[in-house]
Design a protein around this ligand. Structure first.
Ligand SMILES: *[C@@H]1O[C@H](CO)[C@@H](O)[C@H](O)[C@H]1NC(C)=O
Ligand SMILES: *[C@@H]1O[C@H](CO)[C@@H](O)[C@H](O)[C@H]1NC(C)=O
Length: 325
């Protein structure tokens, strides 16, 4: 098989440092997986996030073989990854013990942008979760009744970030973009923004720190998906037929899919809203569209395969997917 995670390689991943928050939740997703058809696919020790400790010459060698979001090939990353050295960079729910949350289980609402949310009145329910995940382009103002108003994690790739500021989110979850001329741009921007320094190299070089992420960004705000996690999702959960076509070099799971699967690998319970359902032709592309328009499909994603996966995960009892019929 083409799949290789090489967990032993660097000797660091998943051994010294726990990568998920262990709670007393009696019946969480990880405990239910073995009774489902996903038992063989799930790797409980896969690193979801990458941070400073992942960098070593051996890891560099291994991950240089993969480009874009799938590795460190063609990425100027050494000094950028080194700044991700706080507990917030390492753990998805680093603030769980702070006492803000009283439930036994980490309950996550993962909110896509699907038109199915228009008129859903799910806002209150979404906001009542411990953590709320949102994705690229999510609009809240005026849509609170349907989608809620809290954001714990805002998941994006920097090429979709250019026009918006997301400083209200507690945390920024970065999927390194695949379409950028150079994926290095993401790492360089992240470093410049969180250290409030100039963008010292690349096409966006400037004298001032970037402002897309808000003015008050600190390194604690950034969590970056591990390239092993992205390849694992592509190879095991979303191994699309596109991989047999000319589109294989650009194919990858959508940002929304990475977000939902990351939640499934870290939360105790996941409720998913605004993800594509088999009746998608009944809804607009996004809940915030000014005019109704059909769902658009892109060559680098396999949205129908993702839709089938959400149905399977829902039917297996691993997530609760919001559907209208
Ligand atoms: C990054 O680190 C690797 C391994 O230590 C090294 O071979 C490479 O030259 C470094 N690249 C840069 C741009 O510093
Ligand atoms: C949202 O729902 C309202 C009420 O049903 C409808 O008038 C509007 O066209 C919908 N918006 C979109 C983008 O579908």
């Amino acid at each position: 098989s083409s799949f290789c995670v090489c967990m032993g390689g660097g000797g660091i991943i998943g051994k010294v440092t726990p990568i998920i928050k262990i709670t007393n939740c009696p019946n969480n997703i990880r405990k239910r997986v073995p009774q489902t058809q996903f038992a063989e696919m799930f790797l409980h020790s896969i690193p979801v996030l990458q941070w400073a400790k992942h960098f070593s010459p051996v890891e560099y060698q291994r991950l240089s073989h993969y480009g874009g979001a799938h590795g460190w090939g063609s990425v100027i990353l050494n000094s950028s990854l080194a700044i991700l050295n706080t507990p917030a960079n390492r753990l998805m729910f680093d603030d769980w013990e702070n006492g803000a949350h009283r439930s036994e289980c980490i309950r996550c609402a993962v909110v896509g942008n699907g038109g199915i949310l228009n008129g859903s009145r799910k806002g209150k329910e979404i906001d009542e979760h411990d953590y709320v995940f949102r994705v690229n382009g999510a609009a809240l103002t005026g849509f609170e009744n349907d989608v809620g108003s809290r954001t714990s994690f805002y998941t994006f790739s920097t090429n979709t970030m250019r026009n918006s500021m997301r400083s209200y989110a507690r945390c920024l979850l970065l999927t390194i973009s695949y379409f950028c001329l150079s994926p290095s741009v993401d790492y360089i921007l992240m470093k410049a923004a969180s250290t409030h320094t100039a963008i010292d190299q690349g096409p966006e070089r400037s004298k001032n720190p970037p402002t897309y992420f808000g003015e008050d960004v600190t390194v604690e705000k950034f969590k970056i998906y591990h390239p092993d996690f992205i390849r694992y999702l592509r190879n095991r959960f979303l191994h699309s037929n596109l991989l047999k076509t000319g589109a294989r070099r650009i194919y990858r799971p959508s940002t929304g899919a990475v977000m939902l699967l990351a939640a499934i690998h870290t939360c105790d319970q996941v409720d998913a809203y605004g993800f594509m359902t088999p009746d998608y032709t009944l809804y607009s592309d996004h809940y915030y569209d000014k005019q109704r328009r059909a769902v658009r499909f892109f060559a680098n994603h396999d949205m129908r395969m993702e839709m089938r996966l959400w149905q399977e995960l829902h039917n297996a009892g691993l997530i609760n997917l919001f559907m209208r019929q």
